[in-house]
Design a protein around this ligand. Structure first.
Ligand code: FAD
Length: 141
């Protein structure tokens, strides 16, 4: 089964707060671990950026489910394809804290000062994810 990566962005529905985000992360970690799916969820007050990697069937199934979720809308695929290795193999769903280090990386690949994944090129998105994976691994080690 080909190892597949989906990266999409979406907009948070109004009034989604930290409790809902915590729920999303918890459910994601439980469900994804059962299907050997790894990834990362990045967000600010307006936007989500999520990467899912695993078998083609698993990531497509999860992505279809996510698209129906009313806690966000306007999902747009940024990249989709087969990859030779995972970026986030250590996490069923990694969370990226807004530290100085992550802010700097995000600003480096963003257009403008605010994090807005809709404005990012697919190439920038992948580079940003590679940087964040390195940073998370360093922090974990
Ligand atoms: P149920 O929990 O039975 O929900 C049924 C439907 O209601 C689904 O369409 C669900 O999306 C929606 N729903 C559930 N809770 C709420 C709520 N509080 N408000 C509004 N709608 C709701 N799930 C994963 O398994 N893996 C992931 O990586 C993942 N990432 C996500 C990223 C984002 C940005 C969002 C918004 C959600 C994510 N989810 C993820 C959650 C996913 O959308 C489903 O809620 C979850 O997988 C449970 O699915 P279920 O079919 O068992 O739904």
């Amino acid at each position: 089964m080909p190892l597949t990566r989906i990266v999409y962005c979406s907009e948070l529905t109004e009034n989604i707060g930290s409790d809902e985000i915590a729920d999303i992360l918890q459910v994601s970690r439980e469900n994804n671990a059962k299907q050997a799916v790894s990834g990362v969820l990045l967000f600010n007050t307006h936007y989500f950026l999520q990467c899912l990697e695993g078998s083609r069937a698993a990531v497509n199934g999860i992505y279809c489910r996510i698209c129906c979720d009313q806690r966000h809308h306007n999902a747009q695929l940024l990249t989709y394809g087969e990859v030779s290795q995972r970026l986030f193999s250590a996490w069923s769903m990694a969370y990226v804290p807004w530290t100085e280090a992550t802010r700097t990386r995000i600003a480096q690949y963003s257009i403008g000062t605010e994090f807005n994944p809709y404005q990012m090129s697919a190439e920038s998105v992948v580079k940003l994810l590679e940087e964040l994976a390195r940073l998370l691994l360093k922090d974990a080690g």
